[in-house]
Write a protein that binds this ligand. Structure first.
Ligand code: IMP
Length: 450
């Protein structure tokens, strides 16, 4: 309440902003939740990650998979912003835009930060070469060039969207950077073979294509918030893939917690009001790395198939396991979650009992907080509590959802309250299917205040 009043008095304007954060290893169903909430939004902003993300949205019977574009793109009239913290793959972006236009949508609302770094062909090549060089210790990246692009950003060797509008400067930058990349690729035994002039030609073409969309997005977002527009920040990946706080080194190369909104969108912390953490009713992860509650048994296969757990970006099978409250507590703490959106509750139908991990046992000791060291984590054995499962329902899920939370099976309601009590955050959105109408929304209607 205090924060709310403060926000009301900030320059005399109410700041109706909302952020959506993945609380696990990505793939929590953020695409659906973002799309669902985008209905009331004026602007949707991506602020980290790149085309490694996979956000699946179901509109009626149509399934739309977005990787780089903000989910706002499927809503007419919404301004969709790719913030400076995102790494932009212009080729992937072009294909996604084409797909949307083919489905009768428009890209008019898209804006891209002039400061966003660009994923170049050598980033993709180096992503693969570095993974191969790691041998069986690979991270299992999506191969989209994300790590090498963010590395270049930090090493001050990046090329940014605004550079595409300045041929002389662009050539100068590539003349400096490309030889370094060539030497690196040679040292990994995988030479690049990139034609510099051809690359410049292509990049300048992107510059011409996106000229009208390349903007100072920090100003755009800041002004929109100050004008009382409803701005939503759409996180990609999840807390456990965060470069600082996740299961390092088996993580992505950006920060995935709410703190990244400030740097990746160029706005101050005081402008982030609600933070909704999206949590799948169980856990999945793609790629390598520790996963304490992983199930390699029949129940794991059941979650895989009932949950259709195949990667949106790579098509890989996701590893499946029980819900891990050690992970969720970390997400609550790091991102200051103000509410939860629990997704895929229906996938747990007909699984009884349901287990929930409440702590780990590592080297004979009970551990409540997520350890920072991957090898320690490899030795973590989950300590479970068991909850009663529930049976599937016969009526249509959308009609069940319309009847509200009271219509849900009692054991499912108990499961939800158990999660809320365990992490001290309320679940305000419950998702029981892919479609927009297979959702129960318990939020007090904050968007309409604007
Ligand atoms: P990268 O982001 O492609 O470098 O991959 C690093 C790790 O993050 C790998 O384990 C990927 O599978 C994982 N990852 C990246 N993006 C996503 C996502 O959107 N969902 C789930 N996992 C992801």
């Amino acid at each position: 309440m205090l924060k709310y009043q403060y926000l009301l008095t900030h320059d005399g304007v109410f700041l109706p902003t909302l952020a959506i954060i993945g609380t696990q290893w990505g793939d929590e169903g953020k695409g659906k939740i973002t799309d669902y909430l985008a209905e009331g939004a004026d602007m949707v902003v991506r602020y980290q990650g790149g085309a490694n993300a996979g956000h699946t949205i179901k509109v009626g019977d149509e399934v739309i998979a977005l990787h780089l574009l903000p989910s706002g793109m499927v809503r007419p009239g919404v301004i969709s912003v790719i913030g400076n913290g995102v790494v932009v793959d212009c080729e992937a972006m072009g294909k996604e835009i084409e797909g949307l236009v083919r489905s009768g949508r428009s890209a008019d609302g898209l804006r891209i930060s002039d400061r966003a770094n660009i994923v170049l062909p050598y980033h993709r090549a180096l992503d693969g070469a570095e993974e191969r060089a790691r041998g069986n210790k690979g991270v299992g990246t999506t191969g989209r060039g994300i790590g090498p692009c963010y590395s270049d950003k930090m090493a001050r060797s990046g090329i940014r969207m605004g550079d595409l509008l300045d041929e002389e400067y662009l050539r100068e930058r590539l003349d400096t950077v490309l030889p370094i990349k060539e030497r690196l690729a040679d040292s990994l035994g995988e030479p690049l073979n990139i034609d510099r002039d051809e690359l410049v030609r292509k990049l300048l073409e992107y510059g011409r294509t996106y000229r009208d969309k390349i903007v100072d997005s920090s100003v755009l977002i800041y002004d929109a918030i100050k004008a009382g527009k409803r701005v939503m920040f759409e996180g990609a990946q999840g807390t456990m893939l965060d470069i600082d706080h996740g299961t390092y080194p088996y993580v992505t190369s950006s920060n995935c917690t709410s703190a990244a909104i400030c740097t990746g969108a160029g706005i101050p912390p005081s402008m982030v009001e609600q933070v909704i953490g999206v949590v799948k009713a169980y856990t999945t992860r793609v790629g390598a790395g520790p996963f304490p509650t992983e199930l390699k048994d029949e129940t794991g296969r059941k979650l895989l198939h009932q949950g259709e757990e195949f990667g949106t970006t790579t098509g890989r099978e996701r590893r499946c396991g029980w819900l891990d409250l050690v992970v969720l507590r970390l997400a609550v703490r790091l991102s200051g979650l103000t509410s939860l959106a629990i997704t895929k509750l229906d996938v747990l139908n007909d699984i009884d009992p349901i287990k929930v991990c409440v702590a780990y046992e590592i080297d004979g000791e009970r551990v409540e907080n997520f350890p920072g060291n991957a090898s320690r984590l490899e030795r973590a054995r989950p300590i479970y509590e068991e909850l009663q499962g529930w049976s599937s329902w016969s009526e249509e899920t959308a009609s069940l959802c319309r009847r509200g939370v009271e219509a849900l099976p009692e054991a499912m309601r108990d499961y939800i309250s158990y999660i809320e009590r365990s992490v001290g955050v309320k679940a305000e959105i419950l998702s029981l299917g892919k479609r927009r109408d297979e959702t129960i929304d318990l939020r007090p209607d904050r968007w309409s205040i604007a």
